[in-house]
Design a protein around this ligand. Structure first.
Ligand SMILES: [Zn+2]
Length: 236
């Protein structure tokens, strides 16, 4: 059985299953508490995380039977890992590494570069790469778009196109508006995805053209927008 906890993944921030892949006692402090280190894989983003589990003196000892003893029928051991978990973090309380495990799709390769830039404080590069990820994703969607259906979802008729080639020749801003029309009154439109994509595009432009360096906070924002955009655009 695979044991897991349900917790917000420190990598993708989703509340999801973290499948425990290993653990080992670090130390016991008599009369105080003990600490066990563990590693887990996120069921959502597939990345690995590690951390420490601190337990009180009267808490369960971690041995080979502990997970089995505390798991419910599905293998959930959240009860054991309730509030005393601490994930390993890097710099400024954030963690970006351990990103080697996602499948090597084109987008994941770029998102791995974004992770690396985040962890090395290359914040301007983060914004440029995130814009690139949005552009590639939108272009992939345009490759399979049905012009007639899409035209009908767009309210300003001036934004209709007559051919796929015309659409492919447009600027990214237009393409985003075309694929994710922002007019919320049409039930099937997704203004939320539209705004995430446009914000990421604007951050990328700012990074490309302005003199002021990106801050850690800016980079955090654009990174979060892009992750959310990818999840929403892929329909999950
Ligand atoms: Zn995750």
């Amino acid at each position: 059985m695979t044991y897991h906890i349900i917790k917000n993944c420190p990598m993708c921030h989703e509340a999801t299953r973290l499948n425990i892949v290993g653990w080992a006692p670090l130390y016991d402090r008599y009369g105080d508490s003990g600490v066990t280190s563990f590693a887990a894989q996120c069921a959502n983003c597939r990345r690995f995380v590690s951390g420490n589990l601190t337990y009180p003196q009267d808490g369960p000892l971690m041995d080979e039977n502990t997970l089995e003893k505390h798991a419910d029928q599905t293998g959930n051991v959240s009860v054991l890992f309730r509030n005393n978990i601490e994930f390993d973090r890097k710099g400024e309380g954030k963690w970006y590494l351990w990103s080697v495990s996602p499948p090597e799709s084109e987008i994941n390769k770029f998102m791995n570069q974004v992770d690396t830039c985040m962890s090395h404080a290359c914040y301007d590069a983060v914004a440029l790469l995130c814009r690139k990820v949005v552009e590639i994703t939108i272009n992939k969607m345009i490759d399979v778009v049905d012009i007639e259906v899409s035209n009908s979802k767009i309210k300003p008729k001036a934004d209709n196109v007559s051919s796929l080639d015309e659409l492919k020749g447009k600027e990214l801003s237009f393409k985003i508006r075309y694929i994710f029309p922002p007019e919320a009154e049409r039930g099937e439109n997704r203004p939320d995805i539209y705004h995430l994509a446009q914000l990421t595009r604007l951050f990328g432009n700012k990074s490309a053209h302005e003199n002021t360096p990106f801050t850690h906070e800016d980079a955090e924002d654009v990174y979060a927008f892009t992750q959310k955009f990818l999840r929403s655009a892929r329909g999950n």
